[in-house]
Ligand binder design. Structure first.
Ligand SMILES: [Zn+2]
Ligand SMILES: [Zn+2]
Ligand SMILES: [Zn+2]
Ligand SMILES: [Zn+2]
Length: 230
């Protein structure tokens, strides 16, 4: 009976100790974590390799904990592009893709033509004697279409005088094509032999009249003195 009592006491003490220990152990480790005043420093995990991106994290220098998401360490962007994808038509500019042989990145790229278009011409208005025609050309391979001008002959222009210029009044003229009869440059001014109107012209006319007066005068004197040249 006494033995049983003693055993009970020992058991109770043991249980108490175990319980205490169970409560105490996690409490101690939590206290440790609270104690770390983190110093997060950016730490490269995988360095960039040429154009291949690397990765880094913000890591505590004391406890090794990390903060936030991993951060990309950008590569140098000097990709080693493989061949571009195949364009739908060899004669037409196209947008395709190419893939970097080093990092595997795929990007859009311009694919330049490697062949000439195969043009088929369609005439919509035929060229005339003096007039160019029009039409369009269509590529038999890629279907590209372009408007075209089909050269014709050229007009043969000749001036026609509507009203001739006089000494003081300008005249007019225009051009006619001697082949098809087209006209252009209607009412083009023909300058007067001597300009008309205005004070300066009045003086010019006065000088002219004096000139002709003296011309006549000298002619008369010349006649008077019988063929002497002045
Ligand atoms: Zn820490
Ligand atoms: Zn690359
Ligand atoms: Zn084409
Ligand atoms: Zn013509």
């Amino acid at each position: 009976m006494i033995l049983m009592k003693k055993l009970k006491v020992v058991f109770s003490v043991l249980m108490a100790v175990l319980l205490l220990a169970a409560c105490f152990v996690p409490a101690v480790s939590a206290a440790d974590e609270e104690e770390c005043k983190h110093i997060f420093v950016f730490t490269v995990v995988t360095p960039a390799d040429g154009c291949k991106d690397g990765v880094g994290v913000y890591k505590c220098t004391r406890c090794g904990d990390t903060q936030g998401e991993p951060v990309i360490v950008a590569g140098d962007g000097n990709h080693d592009w493989g061949p571009a994808s195949v364009a739908p038509y060899p004669c037409a500019l196209a947008t395709g893709t190419h893939t970097c042989l080093h990092c595997g990145r795929t990007e859009a790229c311009t694919i330049y033509p490697t062949a000439e278009h195969d043009w088929q011409i369609t005439v919509t208005s035929a060229p005339d004697r003096c007039i160019s025609g029009t039409g369009y050309k269509t590529c038999a391979v890629c279907g590209e279409q372009t408007y075209i001008v089909i050269p014709g002959g050229e007009h043969t222009w000749e001036w026609v005088i509507d009203s001739p210029a006089t000494e003081y009044n300008p005249g007019t003229k225009h051009q006619v094509c001697t082949v098809c009869g087209a006209v252009q440059n209607m009412n083009t001014k023909i300058p007067a032999d001597k300009s008309s109107g205005g004070f300066a012209d009045a003086i010019l006319r006065w000088i002219d009249s004096i000139g002709s007066f003296f011309g006549n005068f000298f002619a008369q004197i010349r006649d008077l003195f019988g063929g002497i040249q002045f």
